[in-house]
Design a protein around this ligand. Sequence first.
Ligand code: AMP
Ligand code: TRP
Length: 332
Amino acid sequence: MQRIFSAIQPSGIPTLGNFLGALRNWVKLQDDHECIFAVADLHAITVWQEPAQLAQQTREIAASVIACGVDPGRSVFFHQSAVRAHAQLAWIFNCVARLGWLNRMTQFKDKAGKDRENASSGLYVYPNLMAADILAYHATRVPVGDDQRQHLELANDIAQKFNHDYGVAFFPPIEALVLGPAARVMSLRDGTKKMSKSDPSEQSRINLTDDAETIAQKIRRAKTDPQPLPGDPAGLDGRPEARNLVGIYAALADTDAVGVLREHGGQGFSAFKEALAERLVATLAPIAAETRRLLADPGTIDAILREGAERAAAIADPIVAEAERLVGFLRT
Ligand code: AMP
Ligand code: TRP
């Protein structure tokens, strides 16, 4: 059985993008993979997080992930900072990855923006930590949204260079699993920007905690164009907002753009948006309710994460100890 690793940052409330691009796939993969999932709090502090909020957001994201269907009995589920192996291996990888490789990362360029000089050095080496997350478990398959593809290519480069430099076949190749018709959900305000939990505009995203009325209202106000829906996907070219809503609908209805347009082609957006909002509410309302139920008992969430961290460390510690031995650290 192949081993899966993936993670989500506790940098806000998870969005529909996280759900369709990642969480929903995590849930399905549990059936036929050994799964390890983390809340990436080490990654979150690459940009400023209020300390009191970070701990609470870590719990909230954990509750959301469990509410989506990640089963901490079957899968290993924990928060990254509780397992020291991640930071230990990341340091070694900081010394394996080349500056030239990191300079090509488009997410760093996006997140650092114009004020590059003032970005944290953690934000710059973030992909090295991500490689360590995966390789500390010798995981071979990584379900992520489309935005993380480049980071996984870098993780493969790091694994290969480590193996080459130390003359071993220690780290396995990693395969990105970018699944479904909504691997890249775009902002509801701008079809060329990805939907993000850190976007300043609430209207740009659906949160997994939004109630039915909020979901319907955000979809009603979502940016579109004046044309009706086309009859086939070629008609979505140059219409990023329409393409996005069709992709979301397809993912929720377990079909593809062809299927959605066969049914809804020729329709105006107001009718289509109503059908879309209905689907969204049907999928997300039970998740929001379950998240609230779990959050009423934070002690149980903390206990789940603590136990997950113990199971995670039991896998990662020996692998990272072996990497340290290969590097040549004195073991007394
Ligand atoms: P993050 O919110 O950056 O911690 O991302 C957690 C997971 O959600 C990663 O696998 C991302 O690729 C995925 N993800 C985040 N935003 C989107 C989006 N707008 N569309 C699809 N997947 C996304
Ligand atoms: N960087 C990822 C994101 O923001 C989250 C993440 C951290 C991750 N470590 C990972 C995803 C390891 C996959 C594997 O989306």
